[in-house]
Design a protein around this ligand. Structure first.
Ligand SMILES: C[S@@+](CC[C@H](N)C(=O)[O-])C[C@H]1O[C@@H](n2cnc3c(N)ncnc32)[C@H](O)[C@@H]1O
Ligand code: SF4
Length: 490
């Protein structure tokens, strides 16, 4: 157990998350009374105002013995953001410096605990902060490694042409299809095996079409930019059912303004010639065929009912049919995988040469089979994960893939990140949009979240859809009313 006492400063989620990166397997408890502590770690954080300004003094005790401490002068913190954020950074920096002294682990993300670290870089770019100063802020204030700071700046620069100037009149559309062939052991997405609910697919699509028709009405003064059909695995429904959804999009929003139309076709066991041919005919210009791993043993273990050779066959078929942009998702840190397995995956990916490659690090998600049965799976340590990620980073450099979006997740192995790579100029606009949150995304279907962006205030409002299919079908008017209230009535 790690106890935290904060004086002069409210204990907040940010502090909790930062301490958790150091002690991922321990319970962390904020206490007000020192008597609650008897043994284990105790972290005391004191924010004090004196004649010169604010200082933060942090001390770490183990079994009552002081083992590390730090004093941070908050006047020295420069992040070119509000005073409130500056204080938060000063306090986190003080905690970080205290904890880093007593561990031999590396923390390349420094004090950053958020999901979207590139947003900080964009905020600084928008304030015309010179790149050298941004780098200095990332390394010296947020305590990032030189490598992560460079990576964030590189990605933010690459994204800029898609984000600026901000166009208030544009929005993107997301459609969620919550069905999959089988459930993968690491997954916590709202998706159910298709066999269990094939009878309700048509009814689900009827409701989806009704929601989309309403979205068209709510967004009548704006122009559609990109469309993304995700899930789940949209290709687990039939060719005709999926075609009906795509046709519904065109009927409501037309063809001409849609710059990019992605369908996640993740699992090769859901793909055949008819499905891929339909995509080509329906002008789908980007799909995902996701290996996760190219090792049959791993595919079996993670619950994907197909072989690596099926992925290769589907990819080749899609290319022959003429699908322009194919993405492939990988996961690093899957149970039983080390450097040798990743090298095999990369060898095959190198031969296929997809336009996009998205590299995730395994995250142990609540509700997933891995999380519920942790003792059954062999997971690698930070050092091994780091070696695998380095192999991937070397591969992308050698094969001309450029990083174009990045995000972090909770409970990600080794505290690493997910990175989307692309061949030059073939970046997925929707992925940048969802990550950087500078465009409205209207989402239809189960488990989806709409994000309405107000550029004048740089603010987002979220609208949530139900996560349960039957609830979505039975209460579709509630779903639509939530959208109407925010999009029409305000
Ligand atoms: C929304 S999922 C759906 C993709 C598609 N259904 C498939 O499985 O191929 C998008 C991607 O997130 C990644 N992912 C899902 N769960 C993950 C986890 N627990 N840790 C790391 N990556 C994960 C996988 O690479 C997956 O392809
Ligand atoms: S990872 Fe993809 S295919 Fe597997 S259960 Fe999750 S959404 Fe379905």
């Amino acid at each position: 157990m790690t106890y935290i006492i904060a004086n002069g400063y409210d204990f907040n989620h940010d502090i909790y998350e930062l301490v958790r990166t150091f002690y991922p397997d321990e319970e962390i408890q904020n206490i007000e009374d020192i008597d609650t502590y008897n043994k284990g770690n105790l972290l005391t954080i004191s924010l004090i105002e004196n004649e010169y300004g604010f200082i933060c003094i942090t001390k770490l005790y183990f079994d009552d013995v002081l083992i590390s401490e730090n004093t941070e002068n908050l006047n020295d913190i420069f992040i070119n953001r509000s005073w409130e954020k500056t204080i938060n950074v000063g306090v986190k920096k003080s905690i970080f410096k205290t904890l880093i002294k007593v561990t031999d682990k590396k923390f390349p993300w420094g004090i950053l605990t958020g999901i979207r670290p590139t947003k900080i870089v964009h905020e600084l770019i928008e304030k015309n902060t010179p790149i050298e100063i941004i780098n200095e802020i990332l390394v010296n204030q947020y305590m990032l490694s030189d490598e992560k700071a460079r990576l964030l700046i590189e990605i933010a620069k690459r994204q800029s042409k898609y984000l600026y100037p901000i166009d208030k009149s544009k929005y993107s559309l997301y459609i969620g299809i919550p069905f999959c062939p089988t459930r993968c052991i690491y997954c916590s997405f709202p998706a159910v095996p298709i066999k269990r609910c094939s009878k309700i697919v048509d009814s689900y699509i009827d409701n989806l079409m009704y929601e989309i028709k309403n979205i068209k009405y709510f967004m009548k003064d704006k122009t559609i930019n990109t469309v993304y059909i995700g899930g789940g695995t949209p290709t687990s429904i039939s060719v005709d059912q999926l075609k009906r959804i795509i046709a519904g999009v065109y009927k409501n929003f037309g063809y001409d303004n849609i710059k990019e139309f992605t369908v996640e076709a993740g699992r090769p066991d859901t793909l055949n010639y008819d499905m891929l041919k339909m995509f080509k005919e329906m002008r789908i210009n980007r799909i995902s065929i996701n290996p996760q791993s190219m090792n049959d043993k791993t595919l079996r273990l993670i619950g994907r009912d197909h072989k690596a050779s099926d992925i290769v066959d589907s990819f080749n078929m899609a290319k022959e049919i003429g699908i322009e942009n194919i993405n492939m998702d990988l996961i690093v840190g899957l149970p039983g995988e080390g450097l040798k397995e990743v090298e095999n995956t990369l060898k095959i990916i190198g031969q296929l040469s997809p336009e996009n490659l998205t590299v995730h690090t395994l995250s142990i998600k609540r509700g997933s089979n891995v999380k519920n049965n942790l003792d059954l799976y062999k997971l690698e340590e930070q050092k091994v994960i780091e070696n695998m990620l380095t192999a991937i980073s070397d591969f992308t450099k050698k094969n001309n893939y450029k990083p174009y979006y990045l995000y972090r997740q909770k409970n990600i192995l080794g505290n690493f990140e997910n990175i989307g790579y692309s061949k030059e100029g073939l970046e997925c606009i929707y992925n940048i949009s969802i990550m950087e949150e500078k465009e409205t995304i209207i989402a239809a279907g189960v488990g989806s979240t709409s994000k309405i962006y107000y550029p004048e205030e740089n603010r987002l409002e979220r609208i949530f859809n139900f996560r349960d299919i039957n609830e979505y079908i039975n209460r579709i008017d509630v779903v639509i009313d939530r959208k109407r209230k925010l999009l029409l009535d305000t």
